[in-house]
Design a protein around this ligand. Sequence first.
Ligand code: HSE
Length: 457
Amino acid sequence: MSKSIKLAILGLGTVGTGVINLISDNLDELKRRSGRDIIITEVGTRRQRDDIDPDITQNSDLMAIAASDNVDIVIEVIGGTTLAKDIILHAIKNGKHVVTANKALLAEHGNEIFALAEANNVHVAYEAAVAGGIPIIKVMREALAANKVDWLAGIINGTGNFIMTEMRDKGRPFAEVLAEAQELGYAEADPTFDVEGIDAAHKLALLASIAFGIPLQFDQVYCEGITDITLQDVNYAEELGYRIKHVGFAVRRDGNANSDGTDQTHSDSAGIELRVHPTLIPQNTLLANVNGVKNAVLVNSHPLGQTLYYGDGAGAGATASAVMADVMDLVRVLGSEADSSHSETNHGHHVPHLGFIPDQLSDTPILRAEQMITGYYLRVHAYDNPGVLADITRILSDAGINIDAILQKPAHKLGQVPVIILTLPVVESQMNLAIEKIEKLEATTGKVIRIRLDELA
Ligand code: HSE
């Protein structure tokens, strides 16, 4: 067998330990597939660990590992955007290929990191950064390379999906389910990243860039989490044939419809919508039935049409699988010759970091929230007076907003009735104006609860 490939694993948390276990469990298969011996030469860990093979060097100096002659590929699984960034930049400058699961780092600093990697003729691979074990990066960059992507919709945070599923199916309280997700190793070090939608926004920024060939623009992603979703709205949505899911959307808008401006509800700006938020989707879609820690990404592309990718979105085994898939790609890039020095690296066989040639990335604008187009679920609290429903529907119809369904529940408190309204797609700015007027009606009380709605068609 040719010369061994030497790996360094930086970080021995859930993912790092998962990678060590995977290599030990599947070593024969890895060797048979790659034609190489794959060995872990160094691990980066703050504390010496007794459970690590004594042949592996344990080192708390991660920068030294990133430059070590005894390492071909650096696997960064410490997370965070400060030390991890320094280490990855250092590894790249020292000619190392990098495999990372760090979506926050790439979403925020990926443009800089990928540019440095290209300048240094090395690769930064990141399959594990998005949707856990689902090989969505490989699919988007390679298998769908002949297609033009119109939109994608993804359940891309396992923790959030697990919480929403347990709340809906078992009525379990939010905090209890979150604690379980943390114990199972699904949640981020800071779980607010999961429940506030930030983790999904990181992943969406990456997916959108490889879908549309645009630079990474995490700061442009519209982001809402799941913390305000109540069981009451979950149940009303179900009654109307919908399910509330936390979904990331990247949508290309060509700006053709109603460009004369006559229809304010649909006047369509050209650009890309990047948004993560709770949304109602039809119960009978596959995406609505993605439960627990599972993730799924639905891609609508031309000429292929819709394809769906599904699997575990978090956890040790799923993430280690994605990390090692990248390692296997890099082993092949490193060439099968006895000498694996980087002068022999076959870069021509590796796809660009964002799937498009770097100088061909487009500057298509990212749309502002007020320009985005979705349907809506509205929950209005109204006094049980004659004509109140007429007042509400008149405001919507004056704004040109098309009502798709209405559900009015019997008065339950002080003569107030919850009125649930589903609308067809409308530009957000138009909906904002209508809601403002509804809230000012004498016959309504409190804030209108709004959740977006997407038919996924
Ligand atoms: N915290 C993330 C999730 C881990 O729950 O999806 C995988 O990225």
